[in-house]
Design a protein around this ligand. Sequence first.
Ligand code: NAD
Length: 500
Amino acid sequence: MPVVSKKSSARAPRRRVEPELIFGDLWEFDPAPESADPKLRASYGLFIGGKFVAPQSGRTFTSINPGTGQPLAEIALAGSAEVDAAYRAATKAFSPWARLPGAERGKYLYRIARILQDRAREFAVAETLDGGKPIKESRDFDVPMAAAHFFYHAGWADKLAYVFPGATPQPHGVVGQVIPWNFPLLMLAWKIAPALATGNTVVLKPAETTSITALKFAEVLQEAGLPAGVVNIVTGAGETGAAVVNHPAAAKVAFTGSTEVGKRIMRSTAGTGKKLTLELGGKAANIVFEDAPLDQAVEGIVNGIFFNQGHVCCAGSRLLVQESIAAGVLQRLRHRVQVLRVGNPMDKNTDIGAINSREQLDRITALVKAGVAEGAEMFQPPIALPRQGYYFRPTLFSGVEQSHRIAREEIFGPVLSILTFRTVAEAVEKANNTAYGLSAGVWTEKGSRILKLSTELKAGVIWANTFNKFDPTSPFGGYKESGFGREGGKQGLADYVKLT
Ligand code: NAD
């Protein structure tokens, strides 16, 4: 339970005070910093052939702690020579790994999952320092879910014949994987666990602002005794990513990131014979009907957009609320965002941590300015932000029209655009009026309406009376410009095998 202390009894008010004033003016949480040692190195090499190696060029870049704006570690920058070395190591490791009985591959995956659990606190701190997300999220979501993906896929490694009855599943070969910065360790787990379970070997590139947990994961692989070259991790920015994607030894490419880069990858892999899966951006509609349980819905809306500072591909960034209840929902939301705690990501009571990078903060700021300029009404609670690091207040926009940029573009920050509708048909029409199709939420008491909308909404994942629920057994992926292919579940395994 959080410790709550009262700042000053001298100011105790006699007049009737709204709850938000009590929290905002008089009550303060004591600091509750997480103190575990993240066991960071001052510098990290590339992980190739089971060892950390320095790049031939000697080039490095600095990973910044977005919570403070201070440097965290020096990271090796891989050029095409290093990416080539990683593919050579993965190609050499492929046949022995693919020939291992599934039960033996499964043992490695179990071992990796157990080590992640053993080192969970250390990984949670490293993830928060490097990426800016609140420690309670890294601790309770990112790290346990990453371990869960390895456990889940460990279980499938010797049972693939049951997933594809009547066919013989074969691995593709070496898989090139590129991931984003919003869930660094978890996206790595989504990619590496199914690839290894199905007998592929891997060259993975983490995002340039969040390489550290991928490199710590390489230590886990060493601890687990994974054969050299089965997983190789190369670090760098877009150029390194392009080298991973375009390497001729890649039999399959798996990419998670922006739609813009996804389109570029689709063009560059077209005609190469490489199997491709793309997990891209989103602009999800979270639809609230007048019969919804409102307190629960408001919590779902808040979780839907402010979880991980809104750096979530499936964030419920467009709230569609039935006109008859719109004013009441907005009032509750304004009330609720005033008591969100924004600040030090390492504090266990923080709800909204740091924006991942200066660049992302600038992008969010520009889109919010566009929302104001286009005529939407903005509400931001008067929360004091830390002076150092990259922070943004939770932001609500009401009176948003479908043509506004904040209704169409992925902001990828703690910014909610609120639109209204009158009928079910209008809700569906507005929800689908987007280039994306990753996720959606429906809040209503009527089961029949949920079933109807689940067929009419063009989104890969649809949550009913909840939001942002994930499980390794459940496939995740998009429609339209949100990409294709699935991660998780049996469907996710299918993207890592050829059937003969
Ligand atoms: P991004 O596309 O800028 O970068 C993603 C990764 O691609 C990074 O590792 C980057 O270095 C690399 N990259 C950049 N240019 C490249 C190129 N030309 N070739 C190959 N690799 C290249 O995206 P981001 O800003 O890191 O991440 C945010 C985006 O990711 C958002 O759009 C979000 O919706 C999306 N995302 C989607 C999912 C999903 O499952 N659908 C999950 C998480 C994030």
